[in-house]
Design a binder for this molecule. Structure first.
Ligand SMILES: [Zn+2]
Length: 238
C-alpha cells in the first residue's frame, strides 16, 4: 500500500479513538448516574417497604385492641340481659349487642386483610434488602471501574494527541488538509477501502480504469463522487 495511505489510515484510527474518548466524557457520567440511581432506588424501596410494614403492624395492633375492647363490651351487655325489666330496655340492648357484633365482624375481616398484607411485606422486606445488597455490591464495582475510566480520559487524550502529532508530521500538508476536509464532511471517515468495485463510503461504482489507478498505489486517489481517499486491499477489495 501507498505509504501516505498507511499513515492516513493510522491517523484515522487515532482520530476515531480521540472521538471515542471525547464521547466518553458524556456517556460515562450518564452510565454512572444510572448506576447510582439504581442504588438509590433499591435503598428507597427498603425504606418504603419498612415503613409500610411498620404501618401495617400498628394497624394490626389497633384492630386486635379494638376487638378486645368490643368483646369486653359485648360480655358486659350480655350480662345486663339477665337484669332486663321492660321490653323497651330489651329492644335497646339487643340493638346495642347487634351493633357491637357487627363491629367485631368488620374488625376481624380487616384484621385478616392486614395479616395477609403483613405476611407479604415480611417477604418483600427480605427481598428488597437482598436486592439492595446485590445492587450496591454490583454497582459499586462498576462505578469504581467507570470512575477510573473518567479519571484517565485526560491522560489517554494526551497520549493519543502525541501519537497523532508524530504520525501527522510524516504526512504532507496538502494531504493532511484533504483528509481533514473530507473527515469533517463524511462523519469522521476519510480513508475508505474499495469494496465490490465501489467506494465503500458513498457506494458508487468505480470504473475499471479508476480501480487500476488505485491499485497502482503510486499516489493517493480520491473518490470523484464523495471525495473520500481510496485504497485497495487485495484481501478485502475484490
Ligand atoms: Zn465515494
Amino acid at each position: 500500500m501507498n505509504s501516505d495511505l498507511e499513515l492516513l489510515l493510522k491517523l484515522q484510527v487515532i482520530d476515531y479513538d480521540l472521538g471515542e474518548l471525547e464521547r466518553s466524557k458524556d456517556y460515562l457520567p450518564d452510565m454512572m448516574e444510572n448506576l447510582q440511581r439504581e442504588v438509590d432506588d433499591a435503598k428507597q424501596k427498603v425504606i418504603n417497604t419498612a415503613s409500610a410494614l411498620e404501618e401495617a403492624k400498628v394497624t394490626q395492633k389497633n384492630l386486635e385492641l379494638e376487638i378486645q375492647t368490643r368483646e369486653a363490651e359485648l360480655q358486659k351487655f350480655q350480662q345486663q340481659m339477665m337484669a332486663i325489666k321492660t321490653n323497651k330496655e330489651y329492644d335497646a340492648l339487643v340493638a346495642e349487642i347487634d351493633n357491637i357484633k357487627s363491629a367485631i365482624t368488620t374488625a376481624y375481616v380487616e384484621l385478616e386483610t392486614v395479616e395477609v398484607t403483613n405476611k407479604q411485606l415480611d417477604k418483600d422486606i427480605v427481598e428488597s434488602r437482598e436486592k439492595e445488597l446485590s445492587t450496591v455490591e454490583n454497582n459499586q464495582k462498576q462505578l469504581a471501574v467507570l470512575q477510573e475510566k473518567v479519571d484517565s480520559i485526560g491522560d489517554k487524550v494526551a497520549a493519543k494527541r502525541e501519537a497523532r502529532q508524530s504520525v501527522a508530521s510524516s504526512i504532507s500538508k496538502p494531504l493532511i488538509s484533504t483528509y481533514e476536509r473530507v473527515r469533517k464532511g463524511r462523519g469522521g471517515r476519510a480513508v475508505v477501502m474499495v469494496k465490490k468495485k465501489a467506494c465503500n463510503s458513498c457506494f458508487k461504482a468505480l470504473t475499471p480504469h479508476r480501480i487500476q489507478e488505485i491499485k497502482r498505489t503510486d499516489k493517493v486517489l480520491v473518490c470523484e463522487f464523495c471525495g473520500c481517499l481510496l485504497y485497495w486491499d487485495p484481501e478485502e477489495s475484490p
